[in-house]
Design a protein around this ligand. Structure first.
Ligand SMILES: [Cu+2]
Length: 265
């Protein structure tokens, strides 16, 4: 069961021509939401709370756990529009079957009910105040490897590791100098996707192994494809101190798929 603001399939009233801004947060523990609104584009203006360079009409917005998207919805005609989360395969082959991704059909999240007299609203701005990507070359490159294997606690179940290790808050996994810009390549040797999340320092996605269109803005969660990789550019500005990065699939994080990061002045 997937709820929207604690409600099952709520109705969102609107009028023809009226603008609504929806900030959609994927608060699911492990589900990737592949969202579309029937017969209507989702005009995305922000990702993870940061403006895109310009509004973009999308047929579909894909949010991994903890991703956020701000979308503008302006129906031109009266009618019923359905917000749907389509099935999304988080893994390949056997893993996908084990995770039950195939068994899940489309999920209706809400209905936009458009009725009444038309209203006029001002056009969207052509450009938005996005932060540009920090120029390269980066001061340093790092590689992180997300992996899964057999033999979790007590030898049973799965192990979820980053660079072969599970989380230990007494260990410093990465040490970075304040003010530096780094390119990190996060590889995923496992047969399922892992959403990489870094606290405190948002990043630009440079590239990934499956050609996902870039958001061209700062984000703080990115899906690392099964048996693939993502490359991100991280400006370590503003704050020194200790923080963490982790998989945002909650059960993987709980099993130790997390590391520590120390930014030193
Ligand atoms: Cu994971």
């Amino acid at each position: 069961l997937v709820l929207l603001n604690g409600q099952h399939q709520p109705v969102i009233p609107s009028a023809p021509g009226a603008i609504q801004r929806w900030r959609i947060i994927n608060a699911c523990t492990s589900r990737v939401l592949s969202l579309h609104l029937t017969d209507h584009p989702l005009t995305q203006i922000a990702q993870d709370g940061a403006f895109l360079p310009a509004p973009i009409d999308r047929d579909r917005v894909v949010l991994s756990p903890a991703n956020r998207a701000d979308v503008i919805v302006r129906p031109t005609r009266a009618g019923q529009y359905t917000l749907v989360a389509d099935p999304y395969q988080r893994g390949t082959g056997m893993m996908s079957g084990m995770m039950g991704d195939r068994a899940t059909g489309p999920i209706i999240l809400a209905t936009l009910a458009v009725a009444g007299p038309a209203v006029s609203s001002s056009p969207l701005p052509a450009t938005l105040p996005a932060r540009p990507i920090p120029p390269g070359p980066a001061n340093a490159h790092r590689e992180l490897s997300f992996a899964m294997g057999m033999g979790g606690t007590g030898g049973m179940g799965m192990r979820f590791t980053i660079d072969g290790r599970t989380f230990d808050d007494r260990r410093d996994d990465q040490t970075v100098h304040l003010g530096s810009t780094e390119d990190w390549t996060i590889t995923n040797t496992s047969p399922m996707d892992h959403p990489f999340h870094l606290h405190v320092w948002p990043f630009h996605v440079l590239d990934d192994s499956v050609g996902t269109p870039r958001t061209a803005t700062r984000q703080d969660v990115v899906l690392v494809p099964a048996r693939g990789w993502v490359r991100v550019r991280i400006p370590f500005t503003d704050y020194s101190g200790r923080s963490v990065y982790h998989c945002h699939t909650a059960d993987h994080e709980d099993a130790g798929m997390m590391g520590t990061l120390t930014v030193v002045a």
